[in-house]
Design a protein around this ligand. Structure first.
Ligand SMILES: C[S@@+](CC[C@H](N)C(=O)[O-])C[C@H]1O[C@@H](n2cnc3c(N)ncnc32)[C@H](O)[C@@H]1O
Length: 210
């Protein structure tokens, strides 16, 4: 966990959990609807935070399974506690999106939600390569991410302060690294969301064949 923004969220994991449960439910619902889950898939949520999306997925699973991974140990602790309280079997790991501890072609569906603004340009590229590796050839990757600098000066300065010159904000979730990692965008829904300050995008990515 190298970046300031990630360290701060880890320390404030309890507060983040409450904030996410209050503000992000609509986004999670939209991601789940986009994925059209039949309940028998093997699913991975990368940068899963405190695990609220995973709980919503677990609720609609039949024979399938859901895993979550995050670099922040405090986030994973909260996610594990919530799953235990609700009696769901969710396989949580502390680990990085740039080196996923999973087999090739393991998952039918992969999600990321609001993770790319924590990654440098190189890490974004490594992450997409890793997603390509662990996703099945006919699998789908669904994301909800920031896709441009905020409109207002306050949020621009706020993000700059936490991300410094690390290149974290560079391109946010750039299309050229999507192409390079062998994905194509099957569907994209853009809009302003998330307290209206941020440009965001839902993307459905599939592996390019041939
Ligand atoms: C804004 S939070 C979003 C959490 C969750 N997806 C949600 O919707 O509530 C970003 C999360 O990405 C995690 N993260 C940052 N860099 C990561 C990396 N390289 N690999 C895995 N998780 C990472 C952070 O620890 C944090 O929990």
């Amino acid at each position: 966990m190298k970046h300031l923004i990630t360290k701060i969220l880890n320390l404030g994991a309890c507060i983040y959990d409450k904030w996410a449960r209050h503000n992000l439910l609509e986004i999670y619902e939209k991601l789940i609807n986009l994925a059209d889950i039949n309940g028998n898939e093997r699913i991975l949520d990368i940068g899963c935070g405190s695990g609220t999306l995973n709980l919503m997925i677990a609720e609609i699973l039949n024979e399938g399974s859901v895993c979550g991974i995050d670099v922040a140990p405090k986030m994973i602790n909260i996610a594990k506690k919530k799953a235990k309280e609700q009696d769901y079997k969710i396989d949580y790991k502390v680990g990085s999106s740039t080196k996923l501890p999973y087999e090739n072609n393991e998952f039918d569906i992969i999600f990321t939600c609001l993770m790319y603004h924590h990654l440098t340009y190189e890490e974004k590229s490594e992450t997409l390569n890793e997603i390509q590796r662990v996703l099945k050839q006919d699998g789908k990757y669904f994301s909800f991410e920031l896709c441009g600098s905020p409109d207002d000066l306050f949020h621009q300065i706020f993000l700059k302060l936490f991300t410094g010159n690390s290149g974290i904000m560079q391109g946010l979730y750039p299309v050229e690294i999507i192409d390079k990692s062998g994905f194509y965008i099957e569907k994209e829904i853009k809009g302003s969301s998330f307290a209206k300050h941020h440009h965001t995008s839902y993307r459905v990515l599939k592996i390019e064949h041939g």
